[in-house]
Design a protein around this ligand. Structure first.
Ligand code: GN1
Ligand code: MG
Length: 379
């Protein structure tokens, strides 16, 4: 008798094959496997054999509709941004098929396939001969890639994208949600994270001060990527240069330093985002220098003094915000971020708070480095 688990796996594959066949891909999908390690959607890599027998790959994704409740708005944003980037890349003599994402429509010409189970699926062309950036060898390229992204998108009007996740980087609101999760404590978990709760509370004033500057529009606002993790940059395997910025789900307006801050949060961490052994977690100045060097090679030319001088504060802000988000989700019973083990969100929060504590000791040095690297670019 077939064990029930295998039957389930077979059914899943059959469903995925039929979903993949809805997209405008020339050929028959013959292997499908889970791909990447995102916290939000379900992602699969599909391999397709076309009628002549040639192999091609594509990415298939089930959109998490608990988070992205309007998948069509999400795809509107992605198409707006990829079309804009394609024009820029072409004008620069580049190859848009490799340097930005390409959405594969369904055979009916839609950007989303809605399955009979009310699931929303989308597909992207897979960019061959590339790999996902990893630290530390690609850090400079990652900094450069996000600055180039920022530069290319700067002239896209902020109202051309829809705010799919309102208040996504509204740290004050994130803080309020955290506060209310502590008060409600629906899973009696607050007692396990007393230290972390205090850690966040002590920093409330600084969060409010920075948020106030953002509200008063002291900083340049533009469309941001908003998820500038290392693994959202593809590296060209041939040249070892940054090739493409991926995961455009959160393109929305905000102060432009946010993307730098998030990139530092992700790239200057000496350890994994969910490392259990906190003795391995520290803010790595060398990694910070590599990222910042790559970033400023491009960005020094367009950052105003005020914007540049706030870069380090934003690394602080995004790090605490992300830690607070994980802590809130832990308190609420892991309803937002996918978890792969018990207490996963608590561990992620602990990593962020350890990272932040170390970053706080290094902020002066970070600031000096930003100024030094800017001057070395001639600004
Ligand atoms: C989520 O799924 P992924 O890894 O692309 C999250 C980001 C967080 C990140 C933390 C829509 O991104 O905001 O910074 O996890 N995306 C969303 O790793 O909430
Ligand atoms: Mg993302």
């Amino acid at each position: 008798m077939t064990p029930p688990q295998r039957l389930k796996a077979y059914d899943m594959n059959r469903d995925l094959t039929s979903i993949a066949s809805q997209f405008d891909i020339d050929g028959i999908p013959f292997t499908i496997r889970p791909y990447g390690n995102g916290h939000i959607h379900d992602t699969y890599l599909i391999c397709i054999k076309n009628p002549k027998g040639a192999l091609k790959r594509a990415i298939l994704q089930r959109i998490n509709q608990k988070i992205f409740q309007k998948p069509h708005d999400l795809m509107h944003n992605i198409l707006t941004v990829t079309r804009h980037l394609s024009r820029k890349i072409l004008a620069e003599g580049g190859d848009p098929d490799r340097e930005t994402l390409t959405v594969i429509p369904t055979k009916k010409g839609e950007m989303i396939f809605e399955s009979c189970r009310d699931e929303a699926w989308r597909a992207y062309a897979y960019i061959e001969k590339s790999c996902i950036a990893s630290a530390p060898m690609h850090l400079k390229q990652v900094g450069r890639a996000f600055a180039r992204f920022q530069q290319r998108i700067a002239d896209l009007p902020v109202d051309s994208v829809i705010e799919t996740l309102p208040g996504f980087h509204d740290t004050v609101n994130r803080y309020r949600l955290f506060h209310s999760a502590v008060e409600k404590d629906p899973h009696n978990r607050a007692c396990n994270v007393k230290k972390e709760i205090d850690f966040a509370h002590i920093r409330e004033k600084k969060i409010m001060t920075l948020a106030d500057l953002i509200d008063r529009r002291v900083f340049m606002m533009q469309i941001n990527h908003n998820d500038t993790k290392l693994n959202n940059v593809l590296i060209d395997q041939k040249t070892n240069q940054a090739l493409c910025v991926i995961d455009l789900d959160t393109v929305m307006p905000g102060p432009l330093q946010l993307d730098f801050g998030d990139c530092v949060r992700s790239g200057a961490n000496s350890a994994a985002e969910d490392e259990k052994d906190l003795s391995k977690v520290f803010f790595d100045m060398h990694r910070f220098e590599l990222l910042t060097n790559g970033y400023l090679e491009v960005a020094a030319s367009y950052l105003s003094k005020v914007d540049r001088q706030a870069l380090v504060d934003f690394a602080w802000l995004v790090t605490i915000e992300c830690g607070i988000r994980f802590l809130t989700d832990y308190l609420l019973g892991d309803v937002y971020f996918k978890i792969h083990r018990p207490d996963h969100n608590r561990d992620r929060c602990r990593v962020h708070f350890k990272l932040l504590e170390d970053l706080e000791h290094k902020m002066d040095r970070m600031f000096v480095l930003v100024e030094k690297l800017t001057a070395s670019e001639g600004f």
